[in-house]
Design a protein around this ligand. Structure first.
Ligand code: ADP
Ligand code: MG
Length: 312
């Protein structure tokens, strides 16, 4: 099968079945796709590469690889409060294995369908290592993007879901948390619901400790985090506190949202989270210290306890 047959069979045909959309003037098949941006909306664009063996274990099934490549990109849109619209897929393949391509394509279109996202273009090449570069495009009402730069002293720091699940799954093959590693759920609707409420937001891809650091730096503030407040799956609760904290703060691939709100917005956020069937947890607050301070209850948490920053 040549490159064009491959694109047609696994990507263009399925993309063409999607209901036409007023914004897609031209989809797959020409040199460029053409989009007509809706009035009053800004275009949010993000791109992420997943390399086999680096961003997912080599043995990950093809469906999950496709799912995750899209999910991590939609998560970036969610983190700005953008509404996902479409994706482009640059695919580097060691071989054109039909079984693999069929499942990869199924994974991609399955999550696209769930979030109403269209595949509008891409590129297909051979390379020794499997890699997928996804570009995601979304719309956001003019001036309403939630950046990393708006956190204010006194804000509460909130996270969705539970933290550290994917990192735990990476270390314990076939645990009940495997789906959290393979099929992350981008918090797309909730991210949009936080427009006008969250002062700053990002998605947690490299661990809360590092990612919250990005908000603090961009907003020129500090924070205190209570490690006892971290939301954890019951499986992680069975571990030592030190291991819990390491998974939750340093483990990557959570794709939960972390955002800062005025304390008096909390009831509103709880209601919105309820409507989206999501858990939200206050894990700390923004300070003027300029640094991130970890507490265990009201005592400083010492990071040099054995194992912290390292897995097991
Ligand atoms: P060009 O050489 O002009 O870049 P290509 O032959 O690479 O064109 O691609 C032909 C069409 O197929 C383009 O519209 C491109 O966006 C699309 N395409 C190529 N690879 C993929 C892919 N993996 N997924 C979706 N669309 C693709
Ligand atoms: Mg090309």
């Amino acid at each position: 099968m040549n490159e064009f047959e491959l694109i047609q069979a696994y990507f263009a045909a399925a993309a063409a079945e999607v209901v036409p959309d007023a914004q897609v003037v031209l989809g797959i098949g020409d040199d460029c796709a053409l989009l007509q941006p809706p009035m009053g909306q800004q275009l949010a664009i993000s791109t992420d590469t997943l390399v086999a063996g680096r961003h997912f274990p080599e043995q990950t099934d093809a469906f999950s690889i496709g799912w995750k490549a899209v999910a991590v990109n939609l998560s970036d849109l969610a983190a700005m409060g953008a509404m996902p619209h479409s994706i482009l897929l640059a695919l580097s393949l060691p071989s054109a294995d039909e079984g693999f391509l069929r499942e990869l394509s199924r994974g991609i279109f399955s999550i696209c369908q769930q979030y109403g996202v269209r595949l509008i273009g891409g590129d297909t090449t051979r390379s020794p290592v499997l890699s997928l570069t996804l570009t995601a495009l979304g719309w956001i009402p003019q001036g309403q993007a939630i950046t990393r730069a708006g956190a204010q002293v006194g804000d509460w720091i909130v996270v969705t879901g539970t933290l550290g699940d994917a990192a735990f799954a990476l270390q314990h093959l076939d645990s009940s948390l495997q789906h959290r590693l393979d099929r992350p759920t981008p918090r797309v609707a909730f991210g949009q619901a936080l427009r006008g409420i969250a002062h700053a937001m990002l998605d947690i891809s490299d661990g809360l400790r590092q990612d919250l650091g990005h908000i603090l730096q961009a907003s020129r503030v500090g924070a205190v985090l209570d490690v006892l407040a971290l939301p954890l799956d019951p499986i992680l609760r069975n571990l030592s506190l030190n291991q819990q904290v390491t998974y939750a703060l340093v483990g990557g691939d959570d794709y939960e949202l972390c955002f800062c709100i005025a304390p008096d917005a909390w009831q509103n956020v709880v209601q919105l989270a309820d409507q989206h069937a999501l858990a939200v947890t206050v894990v700390g607050r923004v300070t003027d210290s300029g640094t991130l301070q970890l507490m265990v209850g009201d005592q400083p948490y010492s990071c040099d306890q054995t194992g912290f920053m390292h897995f097991e």
